[in-house]
Design a protein around this ligand. Structure first.
Ligand code: C5P
Length: 218
């Protein structure tokens, strides 16, 4: 396809979402937060009391997800799930269902549908390796576990949610381990990905670097 794609993959809380949003805004591109689809699928399955280890049952839920994105909020059927989506517990459930190949297959088409003109910035774990292997620019975004735990901590505090930084770090390292070690589309940089460690960078610096790389590919 001729519709340009930029992929941003990397571990939990590395800043992918923010980088994707700001870059997409600067370019006037569509943005895909693929993690939110895995999160929504896990929430939907959990609500129906489906065992998250039951790959086929969760995949059936994933194939029939009735999601809508309105005014910065996300709706599942009649429910506003925006806040529930962001919970740490939801992230953990998402990484559980994301390990099933059948669930990944069910969510694949949904993700491809986001590829629309004038272009797409997609963030996740396997955007450059599996979903958009022909992306013109692939970024693998990392940051130290300490930095990521600190950022997540600040994010939660700013929302009035109290959190323990040590347990946050433990949770994100557990989730990363599961994402890296699974057989289906594990988290790893694409061979042609550009590595970006943003531990010591401001978001403005990361965006500038990404936009420079993008200009080089044009
Ligand atoms: O990025 P986010 O934290 O929202 O993702 C939640 C979980 O969904 C991840 O830990 C990962 O297991 C899964 N995921 C995935 N592939 C993606 C995006 C997210 O497996 N492209």
């Amino acid at each position: 396809e001729d519709i340009p794609v930029i992929t941003i993959d990397g571990p939990t809380a590395s800043g992918k979402g923010t980088l994707a949003d700001v870059a997409a805004h600067a370019l006037g591109y569509v943005v895909l937060d693929s993690g939110s689809l895995y999160r929504a699928c896990a929430l939907a399955a959990d609500r129906e009391d489906i065992d998250l280890n039951d790959a086929n049952a969760v995949a059936a839920i994933g194939a029939n997800l009735n999601l809508s994105f309105k005014r910065g909020r996300v709706w599942l059927d009649e429910d506003d799930i925006t806040d529930a989506l962001r919970l740490e517990a939801t992230g953990l459930m998402a990484s559980q269902v994301a390990a099933h190949p059948a669930v990944r297959a069910a969510l694949n088409q949904l993700q491809l549908n986001f590829r629309r003109l004038p272009g797409l910035v997609a963030d996740g774990r396997d955007m450059g390796t599996a979903v958009f292997p022909d992306a013109a620019l692939k970024v693998f975004l990392t940051a130290s576990a300490a930095t990521r735990a600190e950022r997540r901590h600040k994010q939660l505090i700013s929302k009035g949610i109290s959190a323990n930084i040590e347990s946050l770090r433990q949770d994100l390292e557990n989730r990363d381990a599961r994402d890296k070690n699974r057989a289906a589309s594990p988290l790893h940089p694409a061979l042609d990905a550009r590595m970006l460690d943003n531990s010591l960078q401001t978001i403005e610096e990361s965006v500038e670097l990404l936009l420079n790389w993008w200009a080089e590919t044009r």
